[in-house]
Structure formats: C-alpha cells, structure tokens
Design a binder for this molecule. Structure first.
Ligand SMILES: *Cc1c(COP(=O)(O)O)cnc(C)c1O
Length: 628
C-alpha cells in the first residue's frame, strides 16, 4: 500500500479533525515480517503535486489539458498542410511525424512556440489558426499562498524550535545549500536529455562520489537508491550478488541486533535473507557471547550482519572491529547502516573499521531536507573486490555483464539526482575541517544535554566511559508503571539528538521544558497537584462519553488556543500555567497546537475520508469538513 491514509476523528473539545490513520512504515512494527520497507516516502513531492492540483482546481486542470491538446491539434493541422504525414490521428500532446521526429507539447507552450514549430516544419500559416483563445481561469495566487501558510502554521518545525528526533538527524538545511536546486541549469533540463549526457550533473556526481568515498573509506558509490531503506535493500542485494559470484549461493542468514532500526530486518527479508536477531547487553552493546554462538551455529550459511554505528541506542560499540572480523572470518559480509554518519564524518570511516557495504542518508547527514517524508537519497558505497552496484539498462554505469549482477534498484539511474546539489554544496562549503568540527559538536551537544538531564531522568545507555554518541534515550518506563501516572500516554523511551546546528540557548530551552515536565510529574507524585485533573493527565468524563459515543478519556493537554480562551475554565490549575508554563514560552513565540487530545478509537472507526463529489470543490481553499 503506497503512501498514507488519512481519516477523521474528534478531539477532546468535540472538534472534527483529520488523523493519519495508516502509513507504510510497517517495518517499524513488523520488522522481518514486513513486506514493505518504505521509510522515506517522497511525501514532499506528493505535496507539491497536490498543491498544483489544488491551485488549478478541476476546471483549471481540464483547461490545461484542453489548451495543450488544442495546441497539438493546431500544430498537426499545420504539419499536414505543409505536406507531412502523422503517424496517428489519435494523440493528446505528442505528435509522431513519419520522418521519425516527435514533438511533445505542454501547457507552457506559447503561440510563438507554435509559430516557430510550424516554420521549422515548413508550414506557411501561423498559429493564429487557434480556433478559440482560452481565457485565464486560474485560481488566485493570493488565496493559495494564504492557504499554504495556514497549513504550515499547524506544523511545528525547525523554524520554531529544535526537533530532537532520534536517528532522523534534523539539522540545518541552509538556504545557500538549497538555492542551486532551483536554478534552471539544474531544475529545467529538457526531459529528452539523458542524464549521462548532462555534463554538469556528471561532474557533480563524480565529485560527490569522490568526496563520499573519502568520508566513508569506500571505493565505489551508487546514487541509485532513493532512501536509506532502499539503500539497505540495494546493499544486501550487492552482498548477495558478490557471494553468488563466488559460488556461495547457499549463504542467506543475516544477523541483526535487537537495537537495529526497523528497516534493517525488513530489508533483509525483502532481499531474500533469513533474519537472526542478536541480543544486546544491559549497556546497549551487541551481546558478544550471543553473537559468537549465532555465528557458530550459522557459519555455513552466514551471508551478512547488519550493524548501526553508533548504535540506535546512542552508543559507540567498542567492539565494532571485532564484530566485523568475526563475521569475515566466518565467510560473511558486513553491512553498516550509515544513518548515524553524523557522529562519524571526519572522525572514523566504515571502510577502515571493517564494513563492506553501507548506505548514507544524504537527507540526514548531508543536509537534504526531509521533514514530512522526503525526498530522500540513500546512496550505497562498498569496498572492492567489486563493483556489485546497481546497473541501469539505459545509461552505462556499473554494468558488469556479470550473470550475478544485481540489476536495477530504482527507475532513475542516479535516483533523485535533482537534490544532489544540496549535499554537494554542504560538503564543499564545510570543507574537511568543517565536517570534522560538525561531527565533534554534534557529539558534544548530545553529551551536554545528557549531562543537564541526568539528575532528573535516567539516561538509558552510555558507553563505558560514561559518554553518549550524538543521540541518547531518556528512560520514561518508570513513569508508565506508577499508578498515579498510569493513564498518561507515555512513549517507551524519549530519544534526543540535538545535532550540531543547535546553539546552547536552544538546547537549554529544550532541557528546561523536559525538566518542567519532570516537575509537573513530581507535583502529581507528591500531592501538590490533583491526581485526576492536572495539566498532564486525562480523566474519564461522562459528558465526553456521550459526545463521542465511546469510552474515551478526556485529556487536559495539549492546550489549544480554543481551550485556553474558552469561557468555561473549571480546571484546578490556571490558564496561565496551561499556556505559558515556563518563562521562555511567551505569547509572541508560543507554538499553539491546533487541536486538543484526539479520540483514537473514533479515528480507528473512520479510517478514510470519503470525498464529496468534484463539484463541491469549487473553492478548494476553504477547508471543507470531511464527511466520513
Ligand atoms: C533513517 C534510518 C534508516 C532508514 O532510512 P530512510 O531514508 O528513512 O529509509 C535506517 N536506519 C537508521 C538507523 C535510520 O536512522
């Protein structure tokens, strides 16, 4: 199932709201049982396409199609008058002329373009022949800009505060890195120019490949995979192709530690491998005894081990080289998940400490923006003796002519190549010293935050010297277990990754917020706040039962603007505490959640929105309430 499914539900105030009901990240839940490993979902591109449709509306889209087709009709008429023969009388925007030339038109075609084309084909008459001139019926730009801004306002993003998302490195995507992708030289290549003949792009690919080889210690890079997950799949396929080329087809067991990102087991399964899970010890490291036992048991069929370094638990595995040696000594290959390169760039290289293949998440470590799911780039690198990298039937790449070559991984030979200038610019502007400094500051920042929080929260895992890598996990399980706090919706752990982009003041604000929440918890624990109704918790309320027709609890937080400004305020804490709990949260900087706590049960019963008929969308900017 591609993409996401949006349904409706109600919030604590009874307001009808949209709810993301399902998304294709099944690898997070089902791991090696997953049949899809889509993680980076290219949702940004889908949003751009959706905005195009919203802006033009049904009439506008039809108008574009008609305009394009009419232009093609005019051109066809002119060509026939000039004595040319068309391959077919049935066409939409593309004419095939019998001298084996093709012309494709789109809605940007002007009357002058048509005149030029007619002239080229020796037609005397002009595009004045256009039977009807079409009026402009486009929706107004004023409205669409306001509409998009209103949607944007619902989203807390890096323009408001730090996003400490574990693993998913959310660092600065600077304007200077992003600007070039809008330049026409990068963005508006003629669709008929094959990328292998676009000299500028080729030069950029070569330089970026060289730089990424330098960073990783690998010898070859393929830019074909569009995400980390796809890179994993491609990398494992490369390992399989390599093993096959050595006549070791029976090797199919893939060892993966419990701490691995959900995509790892999903990719291994999809690449046709059998997943064996390796235990981790109390400090979050790979359990060496268990690993040795597993390797021993499966050595005849061992294909690969997938490792993440530093691990997703936020520790630099001290035995990483030993692990790699153990796998190699038993005939296996090492796949190193490179999503955490932000803690390594310039400090250490997978190719040096024993890995054979990795993906890099250019949309994490190398600055491509990926909020909301993409677009991604997950190039893979590998060490000799190879190359066993993706090939492509149209452009010559790493085509090995080898019977065990792994073939094509995605449709485009260099993946989402239009966003590669971002990573190229980041590397060039940082330089080698800057890249090392970024890794150092990323690690320093995480350790600073861990230090500030350690007296109030338990830091789940640390290295043997007491430090964390570039991210760490707060243990919130104790709160889940306490009876007075039981009804809170606690996550299992709270991951924090500040990256090098945040300054001390912002990290302090984030720590203050977490310490403030810890204080509210203590107030409940020690009886200073009502244990049933307080700014954190929810309570079962009769009226709410009736409202939603199911047994749902009323949660006090989050406090929306509607909730704070409502005329009925019957809670035992103040509005001020609810809205501005800390000194730095001021009216001018406060991010207001657009809704209160949502009713998940009602949402599960209304998984999809049903669309009103097309005519109902006359004015698409007005947020229509979904009928369900
Ligand atoms: C993000 C991530 C992945 C998957 O990368 P996508 O580009 O999101 O598919 C894999 N492993 C780790 C450790 C990650 O953080």
């Amino acid at each position: 199932m591609p993409g996401r499914m949006v349904g409706v539900t109600r919030d604590a105030a009874g307001k009808e709201v949209y709810r993301l009901a399902l998304q294709t990240r099944e690898q997070h839940i089902r791991r090696d049982k997953a049949t899809s490993n889509i993680c980076t979902a290219q949702a940004l591109l889908a949003n751009m396409a959706a905005m195009f449709a919203v802006y033009h509306g049904p009439q506008g889209l039809k108008h574009i199609a008609e305009r394009t087709h009419n232009a093609a009709l005019i051109l066809a008429e002119g060509l026939k008058r000039a004595g040319h023969r068309l391959h077919s009388e049935k066409f939409f925007d593309t004419l095939k002329i019998t001298c084996s030339v093709g012309v494709s038109l789109d809605e940007t075609v002007t009357e002058r373009d048509l005149d030029d084309l007619l002239w080229v084909f020796g037609c005397e008459s002009s595009a004045e022949l256009i039977a009807e001139k079409m009026g402009e019926r486009y929706h107004s730009e004023t409205n669409i800009v306001r509409y998009m801004k209103r949607l944007e306002n619902k989203d807390i993003s890096l323009v408001h505060s730090m996003i400490p998302l574990g693993s998913c490195t959310m660092k600065l995507n600077s304007s200077s890195e992003l600007m070039p992708i809008t330049w026409r030289e990068f963005a508006n290549l003629h669709p008929f120019v094959p990328l292998d003949q676009a000299e500028g792009y080729q030069k950029l690919f070569k330089q970026l490949e060289r730089d990424l080889c330098e960073v990783t210690g690998y010898d070859n890079i393929s830019f074909q995979p569009n995400s980390g997950a796809q890179g994993e799949y491609a990398g494992l396929a490369a390992i399989k192709a390599y093993l096959n080329s050595k006549g070791e087809r029976s090797r199919s067991v893939c060892l993966i530690p419990k701490s691995a990102h959900g995509t790892n087991p999903a990719s291994a399964q999809m690449a046709g491998m059998k997943v064996q899970v390796v235990e981790v010890d109390r400090d979050g490291n790979i359990d060496m005894a268990h690993l040795t036992a597993l390797v021993d048991k499966h050595k005849a069929n061992l294909a690969a081990m997938m490792i993440t370094y530093p691990s997703t638990f936020g520790v630099f595995e001290e035995k990483i080289s030993d692990v790699c040696d153990l796998i190699h000594n038993n005939g296996g290959q090492v796949y190193l998940d490179g999503a955490n390169m932000n803690a390594q760039v310039g400090l250490c290289r997978p190719g040096d400490y024993g890995s054979d293949v990795s993906h890099l998440n250019l949309h994490k470590t190398f600055c491509i923006p990926h909020g909301g799911g993409g677009p991604g780039m997950g190039p893979i690198g590998e060490v000799p003796p190879r190359p066993f990298l993706p090939s492509h039937p149209v452009v010559p790449m790493y085509s090995t002519n080898h019977e065990s070559s792994l073939g094509t991984i995605s449709a485009a030979p260099w993946g989402s190549s239009a966003i590669l200038p971002i990573s190229w610019a980041y590397i060039k502007m940082m330089g080698s010293k800057g890249l090392v400094h970024a890794s150092e500051v990323a690690i320093l920042n995480a350790n600073y935050m861990a230090k500030r929080l350690e007296e109030h929260y338990k830091i789940l895992f640390r290295g043997s010297k007491g430090f964390v890598a570039h991210e760490f996990i707060l243990d919130v399980r104790p709160f889940r277990r306490r009876p007075t706090l039981k009804l809170l919706t606690w996550p299992r752990g709270c991951k924090i990754m500040p990256t090098e982009s945040e300054d001390k003041a912002e990290m302090d604000r984030y720590c203050d917020a977490l310490l403030g929440i810890r204080q509210e918890i203590a107030d409940i624990e020690e009886g200073r706040m009502d244990s049933r109704i307080n700014p954190l918790k929810f309570e079962v309320k009769e009226s709410f039962h009736q409202l939603t027709e199911c047994s749902v609890c009323l949660q006090m937080a989050p406090h929306s603007l509607a909730c704070i400004s409502s005329s009925n305020w019957d809670r035992p804490y103040t509005r001020e505490h609810a809205a501005f709990p800390l000194p730095f949260i001021r009216p001018e900087s406060k991010f207001w959640p657009s809704i209160s706590r949502i009713d998940d049960i009602y949402g599960d019963q209304h998984l999809v929105c049903t669309c009103p008929p097309m005519e109902a969308y006359e004015s698409p900017y007005e947020e229509k309430r979904a009928s369900s």
